[in-house]
Ligand binder design. Structure first.
Ligand code: PRT
Ligand code: ZN
Length: 283
């Protein structure tokens, strides 16, 4: 049995639970408690605050965990990254009052910076030879300059609207972050095997994300041109139709290229174009 620590509530919880569900991991219907076993996979889920996940994996309370990279880097304690998961994307940035003139990092010399990420900030300032006063606060860091508690902040930014509504501007991006899966560095063989199966399932879910299955009919003489427009997983499947001189072509496309590709296909004479969602892809 493998134990995975996930955020109990908050920004990463929904995407994490969705990813596990799409990987075929159903939870026991018992009332949600701290530790819930799966009924379909040798996994139990430990619900924690995100701050506690890196340490719980490092000390072996959990075998693996899903957490924001920012928390992992801040609390780095000997676990290792095994997969980047692509959700919970954000950045850790330095921000200052919007009317301040800013040219470079020297602005921060001797200033007071409020943050919940003192380790990452101290490391960044040291690397850049800037001496500033780090003031640790948890929660609502963005109000610190407005109430005179600090000159600047170092905090998570996503859309940037929290900064704008607090009359701040982002001046330096220090690190980019996304949800990651971390693992204890020395798992026993049995747990490593379960983790390998879990990662295989997660890969097939993540790979299918943003991709669509496309089917179309086209005259045979246009097939080469159409194949060039549609770079499939390996090469598209071509099936002859009962209609003389026509074939059906099946492939996979990136959703973001969809409209660009459809226009080109139509001008090549493609007909009966069908686009379908893909749940999982095993390469
Ligand atoms: O209760 P627990 O301790 O588990 O949760 P938490 O409150 O500490 O964390 P939570 O749920 O807010 O965030 C969990 C993780 O989500 C973070 O560690 C990041 O990895 C990731 N993440 C992604 C974010 C954001 N986007 C984000 N926008 N975490 C926080 N924010 C905050 C940001 O600090 C800002 O104050 O959301 C606010 C809005 O951001 P804007 O820029 O979109 O306005
Ligand atoms: Zn937290």
């Amino acid at each position: 049995m493998l134990r995975i620590a996930v955020q109990s509530k908050g920004r990463l919880n929904e995407d994490t639970m969705c990813l596990l569900a799409e990987s075929g991991i159903k939870l026991s219907p018992s009332k949600r408690t701290l530790l819930v076993p799966s009924t379909t996979f040798p996994l139990e889920i430990l619900f924690l605050r995100d701050d506690d996940i890196p340490q719980s994996v490092a000390n072996g309370t959990a075998d693996v965990g899903i957490v924001g990279e920012n928390e992992y880097v801040e609390k780095h304690q000997g676990s290792e990254i095994v997969k980047r998961l692509g959700f919970g994307k954000c950045r850790l940035s330095l921000a200052i009052p919007k009317d301040e003139e800013y040219n470079n990092l020297n602005w921060f010399a001797g200033k007071k910076i409020a943050t919940s990420y003192p380790e990452i900030l101290a490391d960044f300032l040291k690397k850049n030879g800037v001496k500033a006063d780090i003031h640790v606060i948890t929660g609502s860091v963005e109000i610190a300059p407005g109430i005179g508690l600090a000159d600047a902040i170092f905090d998570i930014v996503s859309s940037g609207s929290t900064l704008v509504s607090n009359r701040l501007k982002e001046v330096e991006v220090v690190m980019k972050s996304e949800a990651i899966m971390i693992a204890h560095p020395s798992l026993p063989k049995e747990k490593k095997e379960i983790l390998a199966e879990l990662l295989f399932r997660i890969d097939s879910v993540l790979y299918a994300d943003g991709k669509k299955y496309i089917m179309l009919n086209a005259p045979n003489e246009k097939l080469n041109e159409i194949v060039d427009i549609l770079p499939g997983v390996k090469s598209p499947t071509i099936i002859p139709l009962s209609k003389e001189g026509w074939s059906s072509l099946h492939s996979v496309i990136e959703e973001k290229r969809f409209w660009e590709v459809i226009g080109k296909l139509k001008s090549c004479g493609a007909q009966g174009i069908l686009v379908l969602p893909i749940e999982k892809m095993i390469l």
